[in-house]
Design a protein around this ligand. Structure first.
Ligand code: PMP
Length: 301
């Protein structure tokens, strides 16, 4: 494959030329929103749900995305096609655009839209077989009434700080609590536990992003007849769970086998986790929007 093409506010430019101004408030202040989306065999998985979340995040920060959802969908599909990708990770970024050095976004009149699609560096197979080690961290999840975790904003410092703490503890991922001590999520994934055949994930109001993979897993769990509940739980509940797993666009469904130095049961991925991963992988090629074959609307790219 030749050079990578980036969609930059309406044009395809080469990766080397895809640059934005240092006065962009996305860069200066983390003022903007984004999505991470996956393509499986040319199928943009759950594209509608990702677009809904992107536009809701933007509405929440009063950022007007300069495209309709339909045009954004077309731009995303065209970016995948332009780069001739079958399996990919897509990053959509909408930043507030160029302003002055002051905070006030009213001086930013041109939001920037960036779409990057690249071949995916998959999580190694061994990681799914071995499972992850988590460390609970001292930084708490942003409070929903301060900076809502539902806004997938360019300000990811809360998540980066906990990732640093996890690295420090030699763990693969962080376990974030809220200010009441209830479990919320990982730095970039939602968390589930299984106890006595029942599956639990924290309700999003506690301070978790409403993950699209999370929602897909909730639906699949119900479809397969599991008792699936969205209820608060604590770190203790995680330590003594039968199974623990994380979900996310990049991670899909991945077992957690150790938390804060405590093994989860025998320290190997559990059967519910494995079942839900395989059920998930069965739907990813069909539940979304196909980029191929060429349709009239995207034949010209
Ligand atoms: N929580 C956070 C903080 C995230 O950044 C992500 C990744 N977008 C997730 C959870 C998982 O969400 P999704 O399944 O939509 O990728």
């Amino acid at each position: 494959m030749g050079s990578q093409w980036i969609f930059l506010s309406g044009e395809f430019v080469r990766k080397e030329d895809a640059v934005v101004s240092v006065y962009d408030h996305g860069f200066l202040y983390g003022d903007g929103v984004f999505e991470g989306i996956r393509v499986y065999s040319g199928n943009v998985f759950k594209l509608d749900a990702h677009l809904k979340r992107l536009y809701e995040s933007a509405r929440s920060i009063k950022l007007e995305i300069p495209y309709s959802k339909e045009d954004m969908e077309e731009a995303i599909v065209n970016t995948v096609r332009k780069n001739q990708l079958d399996n990919a990770y897509i990053r959509v970024v909408v930043s507030r655009g160029v302003g002055n050095l002051g905070l006030d976004p009213t001086h930013c009149n041109n939001p920037r839209v960036i779409i990057i699609a690249e071949a995916l560096a998959l999580f190694p197979k061994e990681l799914y077989e071995r499972g992850l080690r988590l460390a609970s961290v001292s930084s708490r999840r942003n409070r929903p009434d301060v900076l809502s975790p539902q806004i997938k904003s360019l300000n990811y410092l809360n998540n980066i700080l906990v990732k640093l703490e996890a690295n420090q503890a030699n763990a693969d991922e962080a376990l974030m609590l809220n200010d009441q001590g209830y479990v919320t999520e990982g730095s970039a994934d939602n968390i589930f536990i299984v106890k006595n055949e029942t599956i639990y994930t924290p309700p999003v109001y506690l301070g978790a992003l409403e993950g699209i993979t999370r929602n897909a897993i909730i639906d699949l769990a119900k479809e397969y007849g599991y008792d699936m509940r969205q209820e608060p739980f604590t770190r203790h509940d995680v330590y003594v769970a039968d199974e623990v797993f994380l979900t996310g666009t990049a991670a899909e469904v991945i077992a957690v086998v150790e938390v804060d130095g405590r093994k989860i049961q025998d320290g190997t991925p559990g059967k519910v986790t494995k079942h839900l991963l395989s059920a998930f992988r069965n739907i990813v090629k069909t539940d979304g929007v196909q980029c191929y074959p060429v349709t009239k609307s995207n034949a010209e790219v």
